[in-house]
Design a protein around this ligand. Structure first.
Ligand code: RP5
Length: 164
């Protein structure tokens, strides 16, 4: 097992599934669990304490509202923890973002954008690529594909503006 995604509620899954799909696309093994810093604090702490022993290399912590889960996980392990703020409240996800990003000194959480599930997965893959060269090659191919798509869009715009 390489990447573990822990989400505060199953209601986070519609966002989290994009991270799962990205990790699978790169052939990275992924486990997904529902554990809450507030509703199942004991289980969340044990999960993080045992993550390294269980063969996990990177943890993605996804949570909304008062999103303490990624920080709580990070407090129990030296594995890198990526925080994925979920837009699940009337505050448009700003509460989740600030709860995750404003960590006290000494316990970092690498925070991606609100609902930035794909970037959370890509960042995890970049971390894993330090040890696995095949992932570096796959990331480079992914970026080349992205570049080609943007250049194609640019070309289409050039055609469109001729008719304006
Ligand atoms: C957080 O509270 C979860 O991560 C979720 O984003 C939010 C709402 O949870 P539910 O009430 O939908 O279970 O802990």
């Amino acid at each position: 097992m390489k990447v573990a995604i822990v989400m505060g509620s199953d209601s986070d899954f519609p966002v989290v599934e994009k991270a799962v799909a990205t990790l699978k696309k790169f052939g990275v093994p992924v486990a997904v669990n529902v554990l809450s810093a507030h509703r199942t604090p004991d289980e969340a702490l044990i999960f993080a304490k045992e993550a390294e022993k269980n063969g996990i290399d990177v943890i993605i912590g996804a949570a909304g509202k008062a999103a303490h889960l990624p920080g709580v996980l990070a407090s129990q392990t030296t594995l890198p923890v990526i925080g994925l703020p979920i837009k699940s409240s009337t505050l448009d996800g700003m509460d989740s973002l600030l709860s995750i990003v404003q960590m006290p000194g000494g316990i970092p959480v690498a925070t991606v954008a609100i609902n930035g599930a794909e970037n959370a997965a890509l960042l995890a893959i970049q971390m894993l690529s330090l040890k696995e060269k095949s992932l570096t090659d796959a990331l480079k191919a992914y970026r080349a594909e992205m570049r080609a798509k943007v250049l194609e869009k640019d070309q289409k715009i050039q055609e469109k503006i001729k008719d304006c």
